[in-house]
Each structure stands twice: as structure tokens, then as C-alpha cells.
Design a protein around this ligand. Structure first.
Ligand code: DAH
Length: 343
């Protein structure tokens, strides 16, 4: 009996030492298996009890129970401690500092050309115009013929473009949209038509083979040149400031009569003359005129009843003036360092 008691005490002492060095929940479980499992050390002792006399058995049994109880509670307590500190460590690791600044995602912005288009269209929308669009790949018929520029006409020379086939081309102007609108709509008509146009020009600081125009068209009974001047004056003031003046110079376009080119007082010097306006005090921004009677009748509108005016605004010119951009190429290179300035 004393052998068994000594063995029990020895097992208990070993356990007490070993439980001290348990640091993980896996260690604790291993310890439980080693001492209390089916093949564990304590179980081995209990098996040996069968050889004891009936008087000795309860004495050793009691000690064995005490040892087992001590082991079980020590393992449970250790395990609890470990789980708590493991949880704490995990929480500490995953700590979120809600006061840290958020991650910022770069946001884009509207391209200055499209900002200018929006701003210009906004002025005309305020005057009751609506927006019309037409194809960039256009028939020669709409781009030239219907605007009284037949094949071989010298007016074509200034608008050389990219041909898809003999009769299909990249439009050189937004004016064909006028024709498409007049063919499909009865007067009164009041539209602006923004969009890309193409010419086979070499790229330099003021020219690009792709650029933008905004066409304007008003057709109704009794529309006069005075209406055109009033509308353009408003456009000039709204976009370039209240003191901006406009100047009309006689010009020739095949599809308007009379025709004019329209200058604005220079946005850089206000009209005194500077480098931007090459000393002129004025900058040309658009072409305009009264819609030619031949164009009206060609679209099924009776020129004896209706009259109209039209204009074509150069968007790049306007945007460069409005935002102080001195090289047109900046507008097409998509360099974010440039674009960022117009946020
Ligand atoms: N389409 C002409 C151009 O690209 C500009 C223009 C002039 C448009 C007179 C018009 C207009 O509507 O009436 O040079």
C-alpha cells in the first residue's frame, strides 16, 4: 500500500512541476492525456488497486481521488487562463484604431474640355435650347452637299478630312447636325449640338486633327440677325465675364447668308492688346450667320415663312481662354498632373 501511496505522491509532484510550464492549450490537453487519460499515469495506479486488501483500498482510493481532483482543477484553471490570455492577445492584435485617418481613394474629375462644353451648353439651355447630337462618321451628303458645298467646291479645301469611303467621312464640323435636325423637326427649332470633329491638320500648339465644336441653330418665324447677336452676347458675358464684348466681322460660309466671324474681347487683357491676342485685343471664337434660304428649303423648310440663325463655337479656343491653357496638346495628353488642376 505504501508503495502505491508513494507512487501517487510522486505522480502528483511531477504533475505540479509540469503544470507550471504549460503555456498553450495544446500543452494543457497533452498533460491531461498523460496523467488522466485512459493510458495515463494515474489510471495505471488505479488499476493496481485491485491487488489491495479491502481495508487499504479506500485509503489509497481517497488519496487517488484527491490527486485526480487536484489535477483536473489545475488543468482546467490553467486552460482557462491560457484561453483568456490567448483571446486577449488576439484582440490586441486585431485592435482597430477608429481615430486613424481613412484610406483615400483617388477620384477623377471632369475633363476641362467637357467642363467647357457643359458650361457653354448650360447658357443655351437657359435660353430654352435643347441638345441634339449627330454621328461623327458622317455622309459627305450631310457634311458638305446639304450645306451647299458640292464636290470640287473650294470651301472644301479648308476642311480636308479623313475619308472612310468616297461618300463617308469623319465630319469636319458639327454643322451637318443642323441638317439632320431640320430634316426631322418642324420649326420652331432651338438646338445646340456639341461634339467631336475631324480635320487632317498637323498637331501643333493651336491645331489638332480632332477637336470639338458646339453648333447652334434657331429657326422660327421672324428670326433676325439681332437675335443672333443678343444670344452670342449673353454667351460671351456668361462665360468670360460681364465686361466681355463681341465683334462681328463679315465673312463667308456657304450655308449662311449673311455670314460673320465673331471675336470676343481678349480674356487675358480685356481688349488692350497683349501676347495672347497678338496685340489685337480680340480673339476669334466662332463662325455664325443667317441660315441660307437654300439650306432651309433643302431640308423642307419654306424660307419665305421661316428664317434662322446658326453658329459654330470652337470649344478648345473657349476652354483655353477660360482656363488659361496655352497649348492645345495639353488637352489630349491625359497627364493627370495637368488635369488635376481643373478639379
Ligand atoms: N462649321 C463652321 C466651321 O467649322 C463654323 C460655322 C460657321 C458654323 C457658321 C455655323 C455657322 O453654324 O453658321 O468653320
Amino acid at each position: 500500500m505504501s508503495d502505491l501511496k508513494a507512487l501517487l505522491t510522486q505522480i502528483r509532484d511531477t504533475f505540479r512541476t509540469e503544470v507550471q510550464s504549460v503555456t498553450t492549450s495544446a500543452d494543457a490537453e497533452n498533460l491531461r492525456v498523460r496523467f488522466l487519460g485512459k493510458k495515463g499515469e494515474l489510471t495505471g495506479v488505479l488499476r493496481g488497486m485491485g491487488a489491495l486488501s479491502p481495508e487499504e483500498r479506500p485509503i489509497v482510493g481517497q488519496l487517488a481521488n484527491e490527486v485526480r481532483a487536484e489535477m483536473e482543477s489545475a488543468i482546467d484553471a490553467t486552460l482557462q487562463q491560457i484561453l483568456t490570455s490567448e483571446k486577449e492577445a488576439k484582440l490586441k492584435n486585431q485592435q482597430i484604431d477608429v481615430t486613424l485617418p481613412g484610406k483615400s481613394f483617388p477620384t477623377g474629375s471632369r475633363h476641362p474640355l467637357y467642363k467647357a462644353i457643359d458650361e457653354i451648353c448650360e447658357v443655351f439651355l437657359g435660353l430654352g435650347y435643347s441638345i441634339a447630337e449627330g454621328p461623327e462618321v458622317e455622309y459627305d451628303y450631310y457634311n458638305f452637299e446639304k450645306l451647299r458645298i458640292p464636290k470640287g467646291h473650294p470651301a472644301r479645301d479648308t476642311q480636308d478630312t479623313f475619308y472612310i469611303s468616297e461618300n463617308i467621312l469623319l465630319r469636319t464640323q458639327t454643322s451637318p447636325v443642323q441638317v439632320r435636325v431640320m430634316e426631322n423637326t418642324k420649326p420652331p427649332i432651338k438646338v445646340v449640338c456639341p461634339g467631336k470633329v475631324y480635320r487632317s491638320d498637323a498637331l501643333d500648339s493651336t491645331h489638332s486633327p480632332i477637336f470639338h465644336q458646339i453648333e447652334g441653330l434657331v429657326v422660327d418665324k421672324g428670326v433676325t440677325m439681332g437675335d443672333l447677336v443678343g444670344s452670342l452676347q449673353l454667351f460671351a458675358r456668361k462665360l468670360f465675364g460681364e465686361n466681355t464684348k463681341i465683334r462681328l466681322r463679315p465673312h463667308h460660309f456657304q450655308f449662311t447668308e449673311p455670314s460673320c466671324e465673331v471675336d470676343l474681347t481678349c480674356w487675358a487683357c480685356g481688349g488692350k492688346g497683349c501676347r495672347v491676342c497678338k496685340g489685337e485685343g480680340w480673339i476669334e471664337v466662332l463662325g455664325a450667320g443667317m441660315v441660307h434660304p437654300g439650306v432651309l428649303s433643302g431640308c423642307g423648310i419654306d424660307p419665305d415663312i421661316y428664317s434662322g440663325f446658326a453658329f459654330g463655337i470652337g470649344v478648345e479656343r473657349s476652354a483655353m481662354g477660360r482656363y488659361g491653357i496655352d497649348d492645345i496638346r495639353n488637352l489630349y495628353e491625359n497627364d493627370v498632373r495637368f488635369l488635376r488642376q481643373f478639379k
